[in-house]
Design a protein around this ligand. Structure first.
Ligand code: NAD
Length: 488
């Protein structure tokens, strides 16, 4: 399907009109669209639950049913999820945008379509085999059972879609505790997936959702006896909570991806890549370019290249005004740190410029400016389309700053360089799960680069870009060749 402005506009209008025509709504914003689509009467079926015990029990029953089915049924189930995610991407993406109010509509839509198309399925399951004098050993990949998933507000339904495809491909079922600010679109998507799967395959509740998620329901999932594995996608607090849960966890935690630009880089290419990655969905991607360290000899030329590529440069005082408007100090004592203010998180670049005291073209994708390396915009995972650029005396100093800004998350980093040695030096120093050379961040997820996609990139626990194999356990079956052993 071709997604263009006209199509998006017409579907957005349709969704908003539907909401306005719902009994009991008074032209309310479309955030209530999702609630009206999923009524309380639907609770307890098609994956929608009010409490954790009921959701886990339903997912367990669905798991037992799935286990009786051939792998080909898993493929058919995944195809249904793909079909809905792709064919309804405009409507569901619009709902996500209206509910969360962060990011960019065109990218909300594109994320659903891309995850539907490119998330790996059952073809990723591999069986290994060893044969020799003593017979045969077959290593298969079996499901864990019911997986508890925690999903972020930055990509509520897209994360559920990608997790569901990977986890069901591995033979599992899922209970999701979504972010409260993305729970409505999560419920609409989950209900549609389950309803279609139940109608076509005859199993309901493969993907279950806690409709009113809280930190308590997340804790209940972490502790539940029948949850075999948890998969957490989110920031530092939930990553810590999962690691301390006492249960096996796949943790897709926070990042603060730095970019280094050295004196050999193609600066115009670097500028285009930085804008593409950092402006995508208003910088909500955990892999997105968040700060750039440029060697002094090409710093001014790099700033000029950014302007040529369409980004708007803010002056020092403008950056100061934006910093006060966009970031705030939170926490106590040694935990004191800066965090993005909700009002500007994921907002359009022109709004950031406004907060800085500058009026720019509303189509501006990215604003940027010069800061020092210890600036809060450099050190904070800010998730907004402003990128700080830091002047560094040398390549080595740039890599050191990049390491410092990445805070040891080992998530994602980027380099723009034609010097192979510099690429290797930085790759080793950063040791990040994703490392991109001369491309935008999304190239690391197979979008313009090689490889496959997932929106759960497990750095802290080491699984990397999650696939169906991530959600399986090894099971070995040995056939002993006793003829040889007994000398017969
Ligand atoms: P968030 O940490 O505020 O919330 C994520 C989820 O965790 C939500 O469902 C939230 O309700 C839950 N949660 C938060 N604290 C919790 C706790 N103590 N116990 C249990 N559950 C808790 O993050 P967000 O703002 O929704 O998403 C952005 C963050 O997620 C960023 O830090 C980003 O880097 C990260 N992220 C990482 C990946 C990845 O693949 N590594 C992908 C997307 C987002």
């Amino acid at each position: 399907m071709q997604i263009n402005e006209t199509l998006i506009r017409s579907v957005v209008e349709q969704v908003i009109n539907q909401v306005r025509n719902q009994p009991g709504t008074t032209g309310a914003p479309a955030s209530s669209a999702s609630t009206s689509t999923v009524s309380n009467a639907t609770r307890g079926k098609h994956g929608l639950f009010d409490n954790v015990d009921a959701a886990v029990a339903a997912a367990r029953t669905a798991f037992e049913e799935l286990q009786k089915r051939p792998i080909d049924d898993r493929r058919k189930i995944i195809d249904i999820i793909r079909r809905i995610s792709i064919s309804q991407c405009v409507e569901l993406g619009t709902m996500e945008m209206e509910e969360t109010k962060i990011g960019r509509l065109v990218h909300k839509i594109e994320k659903l379509k891309t995850l539907g198309e490119k998330t790996p399925g059952v073809e990723f399951l591999k069986t290994e085999c060893f044969s020799g004098d003593h017979g045969l050993a077959v290593i298969e990949h079996a499901p864990f059972g019911v997986i508890g998933a925690i999903t972020p507000v930055t990509h509520s339904l897209p994360t559920i879609t990608g997790n569901a495809i990977s986890m069901i491909a591995g033979g599992n079922t899922i209970v999701v505790n979504p972010h409260p600010s993305g729970k409505k679109v999560a419920a609409v998507g989950v209900e549609r997936f389950n309803r279609a799967i139940a109608a076509e395959i005859g199993i309901d509740n493969l993907i279950c959702l806690i409709c009113e998620p809280t930190l308590e329901t997340a804790q209940q999932l972490f502790k539940h006896r029948k949850i075999a594995l948890i998969c957490v996608t989110g920031g530092p607090a939930v990553a810590r909570a999962a690691l301390n849960s006492g249960k096996r966890a796949v943790v897709a935690g926070p990042g603060n991806p730095p970019v280094v630009v050295d004196e050999t880089a193609d600066l115009d290419l670097a500028a285009r890549c930085i804008i593409q990655g950092a402006a995508y969905d208003n910088n909500l991607l955990c892999i997105a370019e968040k700060e750039v360290f440029v060697v002094n000899s090409v710093f001014d030329a790099m700033m000029a290249a950014m302007e040529r590529a369409g980004a708007v440069r803010l002056s020092g005082p403008e950056v100061d005004r934006l910093t006060s408007a966009a970031l705030q100090e939170v926490g106590e004592g040694s935990d004191k740190h800066f965090a993005a203010r909700k009002e500007l998180l994921g907002q359009d670049a022109y709004k950031l410029a406004e907060a800085a005291g500058r009026k720019v073209d509303p189509r501006t994708e990215l604003v940027f400016g010069e800061t020092t390396a210890d600036h809060p915009f450099v050190q904070t995972e800010q998730m907004m389309p402003f990128v700080p650029f830091v002047r560094c005396p040398s390549f080595e100093a740039a890599v050191e700053c990049a390491q410092q800004a990445e805070h040891g998350y080992r998530h994602t980093s980027m380099i723009h360089s034609r010097n192979v040695r510099n690429m290797t030096v930085m790759a080793r120093a950063m040791d990040t799960t994703l490392f991109v050379k001369n491309g935008p961040c999304m190239a690391s997820l197979g979008l313009g680069g090689e490889g496959y996609i997932s929106f759960s990139i497990a750095g802290p626990t080491g699984e990397g870009v999650t696939t169906p194999m991530t959600f399986t356990r090894e099971r070995r079956c040995s056939l002993i060749d006793d003829l040889f052993i007994l000398g017969r």
